[in-house]
Ligand binder design. Structure first.
Ligand code: FRU
Length: 517
């Protein structure tokens, strides 16, 4: 098996390969899906990921690996975890075992401990139900090499077919490890003193919220309610299919966690409906089609205090057929999750990490002005809409019948729009006029996201990379992430107002540089 080495990596290919993002994380080559094992240790953010080094379609899973000092410049490292006799290495997490509760530490240094799901393909093929179990591995050299625990699996399969995606956290009040994993249509919670022996203590989610598909990749973490001293717990759960705009997506719950049991807050009502009946029962972290299986970093220093998230920027509906050649899939930009009170209850807001400014090129500002019809946007010299950041604020009194879109186009006639439809009170992303012959499900409809706020000031902050747009609307209240594959890079950016005129309060248009130093 050929393992990509650190010399095989992106620099030679970035820009040369069609659609290869300039500043989003992509594998050096071949197939990638979920982000795994994100942990911060000794100045490095680790990003592991579901990786198949032999093909550009999903296959026997390994953990690929990269590190970064700033979340935007990544260095590829050799594969961290290989399949073994217990199975393939499915999704999971990693923590710093500061107190060496596992005993894996050496020389007074804490070990990094990863917990992942074993998927035994042979048993699955044989028709068994018990082919997924949980395994452990540790590292004493800053994640460079990993030793699988001799006592694996640490949690054997209890007779549940879909039993996977362990996320571990240290629970300070009870001085114990907590682990959450997905078990069919719910999550199960476990506790442990040493990361090796686990006891199930509760479960959550059967018949609650969206169940359009199997539950996967949960995460559980505390967040302070912005502007208060109150802490609530957030439970992320990815589901496939059943997302608000079709296919896979991530829903969440806000509630209390007492060390054993997660209880949803009564004030946490289901979402203001978008999409089909089943999907409208969920509250969604991102309304686009392309933010899946995302979880948050462990062990971010308290001085930093952020809850940092990254997601897989694709969708199981078409992930294996998107038209890229050498590699498949990118991650979202890293994001900060915060918890805010809103008119519809507590909501998780997503904003891009401030480190992205390290990649910001020149910026041009547009002054306040009345906008109607179509306005060509002038970008800074050397900047193209294929790699740009746009931040704009509009004044649109509620009830105004108008629609405003940021429109990208190219000479080949491809058009992509991300915008706000004031009459429907929703943000949207429209990739139906970009090439989509590779999939029946890629561009069947315009993707919509309800607006939460009711005021006149609408803010849209969008990151465009060659093959993706990420909208953070109203300060992160609504996130919408979509990928696209224009026949050539987009070259033109315009603002298109359909209906009543609106006031542009300001707009800043910036270039974003490639992630290599
Ligand atoms: C989510 C998922 C996980 C699983 C992994 C396998 O995208 O299906 O549930 O662990 O991908 O690659």
């Amino acid at each position: 098996m050929k393992v990509p080495s650190t010399t095989d990596v992106v620099p030679t290919s970035v820009g040369a390969e069609p659609h290869r993002p300039l500043y989003h994380f992509t594998p050096p080559a071949k197939w990638m899906n979920d982000p795994n094992g994100m942990v911060f240790y000794e100045g490095e953010y680790h990003l592991f990921y579901q990786f198949f080094p032999d093909s550009t379609v999903w296959g026997p899973m390994h953990w690929g690996h990269a590190v970064s000092a700033d979340l935007v410049h990544w260095t590829h490292l050799p594969v961290a975890l290989y399949p073994d006799s217990l199975g393939l290495i499915f999704s999971g997490s990693a923590v710093v075992d500061w107190k060496n509760t596992s005993g894996f530490g050496v020389g007074g240094k804490p070990p990094l401990v990863a917990m992942f799901t074993y998927h035994n393909m042979a048993r699955e093929k044989a028709g068994a139900q018990d082919f997924q179990s949980q395994g452990l591995a540790y590292s004493n050299d800053r994640g460079r090499t990993w030793t699988k625990y001799a006592g694996n699996p640490v949690i054997p399969n209890p007779g549940v077919r879909d039993f996977r995606d362990t996320k571990v956290l240290w629970h300070e009040p009870s001085q114990r490890w907590i682990m959450v994993l997905a078990a069919a249509d719910r999550v199960r919670l476990y506790t442990s003193d040493n990361l090796k022996r686990w006891e199930q203590v509760s479960e959550f989610g059967a018949n609650i919220a969206a169940h359009g598909g199997v539950w996967e990749c949960p995460d559980l973490f505390p967040l302070k309610v912005e502007g208060t001293n109150e802490t609530r717990w957030v439970l992320l759960v990815s589901i496939n299919p059943g997302g608000p705009n079709g296919g896979s997506a991530t829903q969440y719950f806000v509630g209390n966690f007492d060390g054993t049991t997660f209880t949803m807050d009564p004030t946490f009502a289901p979402a203001i409906g978008a999409g089909g009946k089943e999907a409208s029962r969920g509250v969604w972290l991102d309304h686009g089609r392309d933010n899946y299986a995302g979880v948050t970093w462990s062990d971010i220093p308290t001085e930093d205090g952020r809850r940092l998230f990254i997601g897989w920027m694709s969708n199981w509906d078409y992930a294996t057929v998107v038209p890229t050649a050498a590699w498949r899939s990118a991650m979202t930009v890293p994001r900060v999750l915060t918890l805010q009170r809103t008119a519809v209850g507590p909501r998780v807001f997503s904003t891009p990490v401030s480190e992205l400014r390290l990649l910001r090129g020149e910026t041009l500002s547009m002054p306040s002005q009345r906008l109607s019809g179509t306005t060509a946007l002038r970008l800074p010299r050397g900047t193209t809409p294929a790699s740009a950041e746009v931040d704009l604020e509009l004044r649109i009194p509620p009830g105004t019948a108008t629609d405003i879109a940021l429109e990208l186009s190219n000479a080949a006639g491809d058009v992509y729009r991300v915008g706000f439809d004031a009459s429907a009170k929703q943000f949207y992303s429209d990739r139906t006029r970009t090439p989509h012959g590779f999939s029946q499900t890629f561009a069947t409809a315009v993707h919509t996201a309800p607006r939460i706020a009711n005021d006149s000031i609408v803010r849209m902050h969008v990151y465009f990379d060659r093959a993706s747009a990420e909208l953070f609307a109203d300060g992160g209240a609504t996130a919408l992430t979509d990928i696209y594959f224009p026949s050539e890079d987009f070259t033109t950016m315009r603002l298109v107002v359909t209906g009543a005129a609106v006031r542009l309060q300001y707009a800043t248009l910036s270039g974003v540089r490639a992630m290599q130093k």
